[in-house]
Design a protein around this ligand. Structure first.
Ligand SMILES: [Zn+2]
Length: 164
């Protein structure tokens, strides 16, 4: 279920929570039997299970925006990931230089090379993890909102029920 105002994807809502939310909303009318109405946690708008034409248009627009942002996330994620891997690889070279050849190839942790290795490997790993996170988040968002746009264009869009 998607918020037509901001594009937020509502996952699981407990039934009790849903009824409480619905009764709080100003447009809740028990006679009209609104089946699903939920207040968007991001923008505060009420989300219904049936969208009007206006809401469809709005959702289509925000979905395009989300796809755009997802592409940006994928690109930045890939950049961070590649830079992170390169830094970690350079770090490993410094690790190889941290061994004392005179002292029977023992690791000398007081060497500058070892400190450089620690810094590079830490920064590299953080960048790689952050990059992977952005990349995965971007790919999931891109797929999700591309499906929304496709369904709206084909007039097959339905708000999936997400009531537990
Ligand atoms: Zn919203």
């Amino acid at each position: 279920m998607f918020c037509p105002n901001c594009g937020y994807k509502v996952k699981n809502i407990g039934k009790a929570k849903l009824e409480e939310q619905a009764s709080l909303s100003s447009d809740f009318d028990s006679n009209k039997q609104i089946k699903v109405a939920y207040q968007c946690p991001t923008c505060g708008k009420i989300i219904h299970d049936k969208l009007s034409q206006e809401e469809m248009k709005s959702l289509n627009q925000v979905a395009h925006g989300k796809i755009h942002k997802a592409r940006y996330d994928i690109n930045s994620g890939l950049c961070s990931l590649v830079i992170g891997i390169i830094l970690a690889a350079i770090g490993l070279m410094f690790f190889a230089l941290s061994f004392d050849l005179q002292k029977n190839h023992t690791l000398d942790t007081t060497r500058v090379e070892f400190i450089v290795f620690c810094v590079l490997i830490s920064v590299g790993l953080i960048l790689a993890i952050f990059g992977s996170y952005l990349l995965i988040r971007g790919v999931i968002a891109k797929n999700t909102y591309q499906n929304v746009v496709k369904d709206i264009q084909n007039n097959t869009f339905v708000q999936e029920s997400c009531v537990k």
